[in-house]
Each structure stands twice: as C-alpha cells, then as structure tokens.
Design a protein around this ligand. Structure first.
Ligand code: AMP
Length: 171
C-alpha cells in the first residue's frame, strides 16, 4: 500500500485554511492502484461474510461500487440531502470542516443485512458514524467500515464504537 500513499497528494488550506486535503485523484488515475485497493478490500472483507456495500457520497461511491462488484454484493448509496428521489431517512452530524446531513433510501437495505460502509477517508469519524446510524436505523448491522485513508491523529475511530475498521493507508 506504500505505492498508494505515494499517489495521494497533499493540498494545504483546501477547502479551508488549516486543512490539509488528501487529494485522491492521482489514485483514481492509476488503474493498477485502483485494482490493488479493490483487491485489498476484497481480501480483508470476504471472510466477514457481508451482504451489502454502502458507499458514502461522493468518493465512497467510487470505491464502494468497485468493492461491491468484486464481492458480488449489492451496492447502496448514502447521499447528501435532497439528492435521493424515493422515501428516505436522514441523520445529521458534525464533520472536520462544517455540519452535514446524510440520507438513505428506506429500501436501501434489508433488515439483517451485514453492511460494509465504505468511504475514501476517515477524518473525525462524524460522516462514517452518521452512515452507520442510517444502516442501524434500517435494522441492519455494520460488519465493517472501510477507508482507503485514515487520518489517525484525528481519532475518528473513537466515534465508530469499536466496530471493525479497515484502513489501507494511515497518517
Ligand atoms: P469526517 O466526518 O471528519 O471523518 O470526514 C470524512 C469525510 O470528509 C470523507 O467523506 C472525506 O472525503 C472528507 N474529508 C475530511 N477531511 C478530509 C481531508 N483532510 N482530505 C480529504 N477529504 C477529507
């Protein structure tokens, strides 16, 4: 995964002063890197016997859809407010740079699903925790959270309540 770390680009003061933004677009531009990421998640997740992958808008869709396909599982999106057309539930949360709400379709999961929640990056954990709450509100469980990047110094893990966390590159 050191090759992935080398591709991640640090952008200082984006989108706000004091934030070092981890730009993954060079990773997306490298098909070999994307295959290694998908393979690593597949390897870490398959023994957990998940039944569904949930991806968090918007970079979580990219990795989530690839991992769902690799594991032959259905994919469901968690989206920012006002994007989902059907009946939905929502949860509000605090993120590293602002306040947010996430939504999910009420038929986005089945009761009893064992869900892998995927996003590109774990920072303070607010986003992933909110996605986990959506999953649990719909009667499913979080089998694992998966992130390409974990900013360990922000201690996002502490918000995820001891649930299994897979992160491929940590800072
Ligand atoms: P958090 O809720 O603080 O864990 O933030 C996670 C979400 O915000 C993820 O969807 C990330 O894509 C995005 N994010 C937060 N901090 C950064 C960062 N330093 N670089 C890139 N993306 C970030």
């Amino acid at each position: 995964m050191e090759s992935i770390r080398k591709l991640v680009r640090d952008i200082p003061d984006f989108p706000k002063k004091g934030i070092i933004f981890k730009d993954i677009t060079p990773v997306l531009g490298d098909p070999g890197a994307m295959a290694r990421i998908t393979g690593a998640f597949e390897h870490e997740l398959e023994h957990l016997k998940p039944t569904r992958v949930v991806g968090i808008e918007s970079r979580g869709f990219i990795f989530g859809a690839l991992v769902a396909q690799a594991l032959n599982l259905p994919f469901s999106p968690v989206r920012k407010p006002g994007k989902l057309p059907y009946e939905k539930i929502s949860v509000s949360y605090t993120l590293e740079y602002g306040q947010g709400t996430l939504e999910m379709h009420t038929d986005g999961l089945k009761r009893g699903d064992r869900v892998v929640v995927l996003d590109d990056l774990l920072a303070t954990g607010g986003t992933a925790a909110a996605a986990g709450q959506l999953v649990e509100k719909l009667g499913a469980t979080v089998a694992a959270f998966g992130f390409v990047i974990e900013l360990g110094f922000l201690k996002g893990r502490e918000l995820l309540g001891g649930r299994k966390i897979i992160s491929l590159v940590s800072y």
